[in-house]
Design a protein around this ligand. Structure first.
Ligand code: NAP
Length: 325
C-alpha cells in the first residue's frame, strides 16, 4: 500500500508526478484556516509531510501518530521542535546547498541597494521627482573596498565572503562559533569576537540560523557598538534581531541603513515603522526565491521524503539521532 503524504507546498508538475507515482498525496493549497482544517483531517493517516513556512508544533504533530518523515523545503529548521521529532523518531530533512548561492546573491543585492540607495532613488524617478542632477543629499556610499562583516560563517556566509572578496575587493571579518581556517585562507578573512566585528565592519551581515542561542542576538547593546556609517543586512531570520532596537538605531542615525529580507513577524505589517524609513530596503523573504532554486529545493525535499519513506536515510537528515539504521 502506498504511504500517505500531506503536501503543503505546490510542486511543479514533474515533481508532483513523482510524488503521486510513489505515494498517496493530500494537497493543502494554502495555509489559511480552511487549509489548516484540511491538514488536521489528513494528519491522522499521514506517514510523510512536505512543505515550508509552517510552525509544526507538538499540538499539530500529535494528530499524526504514524508520521515517519518531514521534508522541509528550507535550510532553516526553526519551525520544528527537533527534540520532539527525535523522541518520536520522525526523520526531519532540509534543503541545504542548493539555495546557498541564490541566498548570497540576495544578500549582495541588499548590500548594493542599501549602500547606493537604489530603491529610494528609483522611487524618486518613478514618482517624477527627478528634475535636476542629483547632489550630495542623494549620494550613497561605496561598497567596493569596504569591510564586510559576516556573522555566521557557514555555507551562505562563505558564499557572501566569496562575492565580497573576489568581486568587490572587500576585506572580510567574520564571527562564528569557531574559527574557519579554510575560509580565512581562501578569502583572507579574519576571525573577530562579536563586539569587535560590530565595531569594525562597514557592512554587518547576518547569515546564522535562528536557535535558542541566536534569538535576539542583535539588540540595543549591539547596535550601539556599530557606527553611523554601518549598514546592517539580515538574510537569516527576523527573530535574531530585536526589531524595536533596530528601528531605534535607524531613527537615531546610530547606523546608516538596513537591508532586510526577514522580519520578526512575516508578512511584515504594512504599519511597520520600518516602511516609513527611507534608509531601509525591505524585501519579502526572497533569499532563495528564484525559479531555478525553488525547483531545486523542492526536488531535494521530494528526494529526501521518498528516501525516508522507503526506509533509507535521507541525504539531508537533520536529526541524525532519530535514525534507527
Ligand atoms: P550553515 O551552513 O549551518 O551556517 C550557519 C553558520 O552560523 C554556522 O557556520 C554556525 O557556525 C553559525 N552559527 C550558528 N549559531 C551561531 C552563534 N550563536 N554565533 C555565531 N555563529 C553561529 O547554514 P546556511 O546554509 O549558511 O544557512 C544559514 C541560515 O540562513 C539558515 O539557517 C536560514 O535561517 C537562513 N536562510 C535564509 C534564507 C532567506 O530566504 N532569507 C534562505 C536560506 C537560508 P559554526 O559553523 O561555527 O557552528
Amino acid at each position: 500500500m502506498k504511504k500517505q503524504v500531506v503536501l503543503y507546498k505546490k510542486l511543479s508538475p514533474l515533481l508532483m508526478a513523482r510524488l503521486h507515482e510513489q505515494t498517496e498525496v493530500t494537497l493543502i493549497d494554502s495555509l489559511d484556516a480552511e487549509g489548516l482544517a484540511k491538514m488536521r483531517e489528513a494528519l491522522p493517516k499521514a506517514q510523510g509531510l512536505l512543505g515550508a513556512s509552517l510552525k509544526l508544533d507538538a499540538a499539530l504533530l500529535d494528530l499524526a501518530p504514524d508520521l515517519e518523515a518531514i521534508a522541509s523545503v528550507s535550510v532553516g529548521v526553526d519551525n520544528y521542535d527537533i527534540d520532539y521529532l527525535t523522541e518520536r523518531r520522525i526523520l526531519l530533512s532540509n534543503t541545504p546547498d542548493v539555495l546557498t548561492e541564490t541566498t548570497a546573491d540576495t544578500g549582495f543585492a541588499l548590500i548594493l541597494a542599501s549602500a547606493r540607495r537604489v530603491v529610494e532613488l528609483a522611487n524618486m524617478v518613478r514618482a517624477g521627482h527627478w528634475k535636476r542632477n542629483v547632489g550630495p543629499a542623494q549620494f550613497g556610499t561605496d561598497v567596493h573596498g569596504k569591510t564586510l562583516g559576516i556573522i555566521g560563517m557557514g555555507r551562505i556566509g562563505e558564499a557572501l565572503a566569496q562575492r565580497g572578496h573576489f568581486g568587490f575587493g572587500m576585506p572580510v571579518v567574520y564571527h562564528s562559533h569557531s574559527p574557519k581556517p579554510a575560509v580565512e585562507q581562501r578569502f583572507n578573512a579574519q576571525y573577530r569576537s562579536l563586539p569587535q566585528l560590530l565595531q569594525e565592519a562597514d557592512f554587518v551581515c547576518l547569515t546564522l540560523p535562528l536557535t535558542a542561542e541566536t534569538e535576539g542576538l542583535i539588540g540595543a547593546e549591539q547596535f550601539a557598538l556599530m557606527g553611523p556609517e554601518t549598514i546592517f543586512i539580515n538574510i537569516s531570520r527576523g527573530k535574531v534581531v530585536d526589531e524595536v532596537a533596530l528601528i531605534d538605531a535607524l531613527r537615531k542615525g546610530q547606523i546608516r541603513a538596513a537591508g532586510l529580507d526577514v522580519f520578526e513577524r512575516e508578512p511584515l505589517d504594512s504599519a511597520s515603522p520600518l516602511l516609513r524609513l527611507d534608509n531601509v530596503v525591505a524585501t519579502p523573504h526572497i533569499g532563495s526565491a528564484t525559479h531555478e532554486t525553488r525547483e531545486a529545493m523542492a526536488k531535494c525535499a521530494v528526494d529526501n521524503l521518498l528516501m525516508a519513506l522507503a526506509g533509507e536515510r535521507p541525504v539531508n537528515l537533520v536529526n541524525g539521532l532519530a535514525w534507527k539504521g
